[in-house]
Design a protein around this ligand. Structure first.
Ligand SMILES: *[C@@H]1O[C@H](CO)[C@@H](O)[C@H](O)[C@H]1NC(C)=O
Ligand SMILES: *[C@@H]1O[C@H](CO)[C@@H](O)[C@H](O)[C@H]1NC(C)=O
Length: 675
């Protein structure tokens, strides 16, 4: 989609080559919620239709998982609603935090990743809930926005978080005799791996199976390097050296002990020692987790380690026809189902394709292709593999259990592409990345700490064009465009634009580097604080209530829980009775006089399904008496988007949204957010 034709190349070198139509694209993908995205996301299009569609779906997923905590700002959730094993009341789950931060680093509104980094490192009480790569996530965010003070503000908490793994805990930790980290697969977010199944004698594998894994050791390597790199930038040489040493020590030990030359793969060694398995023995098969060292640039660039990449393209091994397998069909307990909820299959990692680890494998492959010249020279994997795996991953998002709509769930059968778990909690699961793989891999913007802008698209001839723009990089607006023939944009070749000017071009696909992109401050973060949010049901003020009786308190709570999405697949709303001409209300009680001047109302609408925006609505406050707020004219109510109301600031102990549903249809109230 383009809004303007362009001049021939010669005459236009210093001008924007082509511009995407922001209004049209955001409206196409987000309907009435488009305003949320308009200034927040980079615009993207490509000849590979599914990658384009899923790119926008993933921004929708990102938006849906931004939970407003009120005073603590936003965090990213993993499950879209509460689950029992989260850190409550926030709904913190730290295992996917690195993906959330790496997706969030491309959001032009830096608030989300900045608030989230603070919540993860300074609010979260469950620091060893799961293995994590939080500090690296902060560093990766810095590489895109270039704002040192915000990342440096986390430096002390990053060291504390790094240190929680240095104890010898049951679920995971540090073994001083090996100077390496071990983890229980469940605590590594990957229950039922080879280690935990074999440590149970093939009987189970949900818990137990502690092992020295490529994952946790690579995570701590990345976290240590993040601390070291940030410390160096703040001038703390001693701290930089201390953590560089830690990182180098982990790297050497992973290469020495977790590389298995028989399998030509990084694999686990057991920490647990019992009747079935022995401490320090290697596990007996290859797993996808063996690529995580490259996700974090750990391995040396040599031909020995490069051999591991044969397995990711081998259909007998990790390359399923519909997704990357988490371990190989040759494993004795491959795809054996152990755990159920009712008669529904539960999460396991003994073969299913997991977006979680597919994301890691794609980042690993991008790193290999981008900056492992010796390994890439072995020619085992190529850019064609990167595009093919990214496309295969995009295709998993089209959910056959939901009429093929975009709806990512936990895990998939790699042979059929069918979702496996499909529980009530599963829809629209944010446990992986995709935007980051598109921007840093497919498009190939390689974020750096220095003032060089580097672009190296990892695409082959199956991609005839792409264009991305409004990428906020070191405070500049960056666009990248590829057009193999010139038919899409009028200008063939690869072009990089900074702040609207073409600064580098190539007739063919290759790496382009632009020197001296001096960083400038990105726009200031705007941090309005919602006063209406209540994280847990039935606690203190603010509380929600409604004018009608016989309601489920959980439904009433949804309206002030800080979550906004319009997916009909999973409830996040209170449905009013159907309209009979009478007015009803949703009320928030603040418990004390509170200054309020604005509301964001989220109505869902689907007239065919029996709910729609109200016929009329208004806002009242209790200032001793109930009075209408002073609004000139109420904007028309918007379905599946935000209806904003602003009034003269007033101090009130309670506030009401009053509305009259249309005849015979309900009002579906998703959120009533008050500022
Ligand atoms: C690799 O792991 C297998 C399976 O545990 C083991 O039999 C083999 O000896 C290991 N190879 C080396 C070189 O240690
Ligand atoms: C880099 O950019 C700055 C600011 O735009 C300019 O003053 C400086 O001369 C440039 N340096 C080089 C080496 O081009």
């Amino acid at each position: 989609m383009r809004s303007s034709r362009i001049l021939p190349l010669a005459a236009s070198l210093l001008q924007v080559a082509a511009a995407l139509d922001a209004e049209a694209l955001t409206t196409k993908y987000f309907g009435n919620d488009a305003p949320w995205y308009l200034d927040r996301i980079p615009l993207f299009e490509t000849s590979v239709a599914e990658i384009q569609e899923v790119y926008y779906y993933r921004w929708g997923l990102f938006r849906a998982h931004q939970r407003d905590l009120g005073a603590d700002g936003f965090l990213s959730t993993e499950f879209i609603n509460d689950v029992s094993w989260q850190a409550s009341p926030w709904a913190i789950l730290i295992n996917a935090a690195n993906y959330h931060l790496r997706e969030g680093r491309w959001c032009r509104d830096r608030r989300f990743k900045e608030d989230y980094a603070r919540v993860l490192l300074e609010v979260n009480p469950a620091t060893t809930q799961f293995s994590e790569v939080i500090s690296d996530g902060v560093w990766q965010g810095y590489l895109v926005d270039g704002v040192l003070e915000d990342a440096a503000a986390r430096l002390e908490a990053m060291q504390t978080q790094f240190g929680v793994w240095n104890a010898e805990l049951d679920v995971g930790g540090y073994d001083p005799s090996k100077e390496m980290y071990y983890i229980q697969p469940l605590t590594d977010a990957t229950e039922y791996t080879i280690a935990s199944i074999d440590a149970s004698g093939g009987q189970d594998g949900f818990q137990g199976g502690q092992a020295f894994r490529p994952s946790i050791n690579s995570y701590q390597y990345a976290n240590a390097l993040a601390i070291s790199n940030l410390a160096a930038l703040t001038g703390d040489k001693a701290l930089a050296a201390e953590y560089k040493d830690k990182a180098e020590n982990i790297k050497a030990l992973v290469q020495e002990h977790l590389w298995n030359s028989t399998f030509e793969h990084f694999i686990d060694r057991f920490y647990v020692d019992n009747e079935y398995v022995n401490y320090w023995d290697p596990i007996r098969g290859r797993e996808l987790v063996g690529y995580v060292p490259w996700t974090h640039d750990l391995p040396d660039d040599d031909e020995t380690f490069a051999q591991a990449w044969m397995h990711i393209i081998d259909p007998e091994k990790l390359a399923g026809p519909h997704g990357l397998r988490t371990n190989e069909p040759s494993y004795e307990y491959y795809m054996v189902q152990y755990r159920y909820e009712g008669d529904q299959r539960e999460c396991q990692w003994n073969g299913p394709a997991w977006p979680y680890q597919t994301t890691q494998a794609l980042t690993a492959l991008a790193n290999l292709l981008d900056h492992y010249p010796n390994s890439a020279a072995a020619g085992i994997v190529t850019k064609a593999d990167y595009v093919a795996i990214l496309l295969q991953y995009a295709q998993l998002h089209y959910n056959p259990h939901y009429d093929g709509i975009l709806n990512i769930e936990e895990d998939y059968d790699a042979d059929t592409g069918e979702p496996i778990v499909g529980l009530a909690r599963s829809p629209h699961y944010f446990h992986s990345g995709f935007v980051d793989q598109v921007i840093s891999g497919f498009v190939g913007i390689r974020p750096r700490a220095d003032d060089i802008l580097e672009v190296n698209p990892l695409i082959d001839e199956t991609v005839s064009y792409f264009r991305i723009e409004k990428v906020l990089y070191h405070g500049h607006d960056v666009a990248v465009q590829w057009d193999a023939s010139g038919e899409q944009y009028g200008t063939p070749g690869l072009h990089v634009e900074v702040d609207g000017e073409v600064v580098a071009s190539s007739a063919t696909l290759k790496r382009l580097t632009v020197k001296n992109i001096t960083r400038v401050a990105p726009p200031e973060i705007d941090r309005p604080i919602a006063l209406s949010v209540q994280l847990a049901q039935d606690t203190q003020y603010p509380t929600g209530s409604v004018s009608v009786s016989d309601v489920n308190p959980a439904d009433v709570h949804f309206v002030i829980d800080g979550r906004v999405w319009f997916y009909p697949e999973i409830q996040n709303w209170w449905d009013s009775p159907t309209g009979d001409g009478s007015e009803m209300w949703y009320q928030i009680d603040f418990g004390a006089a509170t200054k309020v001047n604005r509301a964001e109302i989220a109505f869902a609408a689907d007239a065919e399904s029996g709910f729609d925006v109200p016929e009329e609505y208004r806002v009242q406050v209790n200032t001793g008496d109930w009075v209408d707020v002073e609004v000139g004219e109420y904007a028309a109510a918007v379905g599946n988007g935000i209806t904003s109301v602003q009034w003269e600031g007033v101090s009130a102990s309670q506030i009401r949204l009053l509305f009259t549903p249309k005849e015979d249809v309900a009002v579906r109230l998703v959120e009533f957010k008050v500022f």
